[in-house]
Design a protein around this ligand. Structure first.
Ligand code: ADP
Ligand code: ASP
Ligand code: MG
Length: 448
């Protein structure tokens, strides 16, 4: 049975500066069921850390990046006096960061260590902001409980080990304290720091909620819920009050940046409800994501994911042969590459992969292309966007709107529908995708 505890996660803009942190602390103070607080790095910090780990900077540039990170922390610290325990921890962490950041070459483990500092700094500072409001607060190193494999930069959590460690080390603290811990980071079985991929703090919050058997996870961000499309792109986008786990998972997977794609997995495994709201306007409510909703059929949202790679693999051997797809997917899996869309023809297969410029590690590397190239002809296309229509019981024809007519206006490079009735996805040229999303939103989601 789920406890009455709530896990609250605050993203980068919510902990960007002292005023923002103070607002978040008040949200926690107003809701005694919040027992675990998961914080992100302050806005901008992880981007600086990613630049550091890309290892293209000279010594002076590295110093400048370290300075920029410490400046963001310093601006918040100027409003506070850290208690001795927090000050000591913060100083040691800052020292480790400065030393590691000056190394001219880093291995993958050291890259993850560097990426972890933003969340670690935030957790010291935010703990003090909460204590100053009179909340009994303990800072906790999430690496003691969030156990993962050693796939640095995109680690996979070990759910059983995490649950065991959380019940031994975290749950006993919750009766008397609000525990402040870090999103995005974990540790492998050797105790080495790992990270879960960009935007991973949402996922951390859901994993911790699962591990302590919380009743819900509150994701506090800079928008008042999940919208029918990115509100930055369409000013007529509307918040969606309720979504099912399936719908929310599809939205997150196909580009609604407001949630890390894996966030819904732990929540749906344990039936933990997820709330998404704005830390700037908590009174405005937000989106509740739950197992069952009474949502009607049809399109409810449109999302986009830019920077897609389209990989086309062609081989006459595929004709009437078995094992070609298995061979391809084995290689991709060996390189830990996740594929989103797949279509096949008689002698070729086309698939899409992410190529986000701010990723902690590039998705596709030359060694993988060489291995594929050894048995088939490989074409790589860039500058594409994956657009997804999300809802339930989506039908190409016969629904309220004829999607075939809507889609016929666009120059579509590849289309996928059928594996799930919750989405219809297609690829378009990146420089046109904003217009495509706006047009679909206007035609299908803005009516009355
Ligand atoms: P945080 O730092 O709190 O994790 P993110 O920047 O990762 O916040 O996610 C919030 C952003 O997600 C919003 O500012 C918004 O522009 C973007 N976004 C994209 N699609 C959607 C959507 N469908 N609904 C709400 N926000 C969306
Ligand atoms: N700080 C990490 C990032 O910017 C994780 C997160 O904010 O969710 O990607
Ligand atoms: Mg985020």
């Amino acid at each position: 049975m789920n406890s009455q505890y709530v896990v609250a996660k605050f993203g980068g803009t919510s902990v960007a500066d002292f005023t923002a942190m103070h607002r978040c602390a008040q949200i926690i103070n107003d809701d005694p069921s919040v027992r675990v607080v998961v914080v992100s790095a302050s806005a901008g910090v992880t981007n600086h850390l990613v630049t550091l780990v890309q290892q293209k900077s000279n010594e002076a540039q590295r110093l400048e990046l370290v300075e920029s990170v410490m400046q963001i922390q310093g601006n918040i610290l100027a409003h506070l006096t850290l208690d001795e325990d927090l000050q000591e921890g913060f100083n040691t962490t800052a020292e480790q960061f400065k030393q590691l950041a000056q190394l001219p070459a880093l291995d993958q483990q050291q890259c993850d260590e560097i990426l972890s500092f933003g969340e670690r700094f935030s957790s010291y500072i935010f703990s003090q902001v909460l204590r100053d409001l009179g909340v009994s607060t303990q800072r906790f190193d999430v690496r003691e409980v969030l156990k993962t494999d050693s796939n640095f930069s995109k680690a996979t959590p070990d759910v059983a080990a995490t649950e065991k460690a959380a019940s031994d080390l975290l749950v006993p603290l919750l009766d008397d304290n609000v525990v402040v811990t870090q999103g995005f980071i974990g540790s492998d079985k050797y105790g080495q720091t790992t990270t879960l991929g960009r935007g991973g703090s949402d996922y951390s919050a859901a994993l911790i909620a699962e591990a302590i058997g919380a009743k819900s996870v509150h994701i506090w961000t800079d928008v008042v819920g999940i919208f029918s499309t990115d509100p930055r792109l369409c000013n007529k986008a509307k918040p969606i009050p309720r979504l099912s786990f399936d719908e929310a998972a599809e939205m997150a997977t196909f580009g609604a940046k407001v949630l890390h794609p894996a966030t819904i997995l732990p929540a749906s495994r344990k039936g933990i409800s997820v709330f998404v709201g704005s830390s700037k306007a908590p009174e405005q409510g937000g989106t509740w994501i739950e197992k069952e909703t009474t949502s009607q059929s049809g399109i409810r949202a449109v999302t986009q994911r830019k920077n897609q790679i389209l990989l086309t693999l062609k081989s006459p051997e595929m004709l009437l042969a078995s094992g070609f797809l298995a061979k391809i997917f084995t290689i991709l899996s060996n390189y830990n590459i996740s594929v989103d869309l797949v279509t096949t023809s008689e002698i070729s297969v086309a698939l899409t992969l992410d190529n986000a410029p701010n990723a902690t590690r590039p998705e596709l590397d030359q060694a993988c292309l060489d291995e594929l190239g050894a048995f088939c002809h490989v074409t790589v296309e860039n500058n594409l966007t994956l657009v997804a229509m999300i809802g339930s019981e989506i039908q190409l024809q016969g629904g309220e709107d004829c999607l075939v007519d809507v889609l016929s206006e666009f120059d579509i490079r590849l289309i996928c529908h059928g594996a799930s009735r919750h989405n219809l996805c297609f690829l378009v040229e990146q420089n046109k995708s904003d217009l495509v999303v706006q047009s679909i939103h206007q035609k299908l989601l803005e009516a009355a």
